[in-house]
Design a protein around this ligand. Structure first.
Ligand code: PXP
Length: 250
């Protein structure tokens, strides 16, 4: 039996609220500690080049205080890579980044950036960091991602999350299921994230039970406004574990 599926809670949007007014609150570090107490298996933050929400102070404090792994989402920017190599979080997830985007809009461009991704994967892996690549669920992209031998592939679930109910959503789900099978068959861990929420998670996990970790932010932070952070995490954790995880080929 594989270990239970992990819930990674992304606390970027707590920092977004803080940045909106330039106040010291709400503190994403405090939110992360509450999330862990409520059962989060790891915490994700995205240290963006423009520092629009998470800042270095948050990453340093999280690394000092957290008793679960920190998953640092990051671009290929040399300055950010230097910070990651200095701070050495347990995990790094490489994502594309554009200043004008509201949130990460697509997966990595492994055609344009293959050489750079290969180099960054090697440097971070050499420093003992488990690296994941955030990619769209497309067969050609998956093949490239797998060939770079990261520890994990995080499948971008945004297209599924945004698809209208019906054929488009079924198609998006089938793409994710195929990408998850391919990743697992290559011996890499399968993660999933972006746009997952309390009502679309179960169908995703039924289609791709091999997913080992779900990284979820916006929905948990939004739900926390009404039921509190611990309860929002507990509810999501129950959903993440509600569909049994399977091994590759099962
Ligand atoms: N995984 C990755 C790689 C992301 O970029 C994001 C968004 O920052 C998430 C997961 C979480 O997405 P959401 O906030 O929509 O749950």
């Amino acid at each position: 039996m594989p270990p239970p599926r992990e819930l990674g809670v992304n606390v970027d949007h707590v920092a977004t609220l803080r940045a909106q007014r330039g106040t010291p609150y709400p503190d994403p570090v405090a939110a992360a500690l509450l999330a862990v107490e409520a059962g989060a298996d790891n915490i994700t933050v995205h240290l963006r080049e423009d520092r629009r929400h998470i800042c270095e102070r948050d990453v340093r404090l999280l690394l000092e205080l957290l008793e679960v792994p920190l998953n640092l989402e990051m671009s290929l920017d040399p300055g950010i890579v230097t910070i990651a190599l200095e701070l050495r979080p347990e995990r790094c997830c490489l994502v594309p980044e554009r200043r004008e985007e509201r949130t990460t809009e697509g997966g990595l461009d492994l055609v344009r950036d293959e050489a750079r991704v290969r180099e960054v994967v090697a440097r971070l892996t050499g420093a003992g960091i488990a690296v994941s690549l955030f990619v769209d669920p497309e067969p050609a992209v998956l093949e490239r991602a797998v060939s770079l031998r990261p520890a994990a592939v995080e499948i971008h679930t945004g297209r599924y999350a945004e698809a209208p109910d019906g054929e488009a959503r079924a198609l998006a789900l089938a793409e994710i299921a195929a990408a998850a099978r391919r990743t697992a068959a290559a011996g890499l861990e399968v993660h999933a994230g972006h746009g997952l929420h309390y009502r679309n998670l179960e169908a995703l996990l039924r289609a791709a039970p091999v997913v080992a970790a779900c990284n979820i932010g916006h929905a948990v932070v939004a739900r926390a406004l009404f039921v509190g952070f611990p309860e929002a995490v507990r509810e999501m954790r129950a959903l993440v574990r509600g569909v049994p995880r399977t091994e590759a080929g099962a």
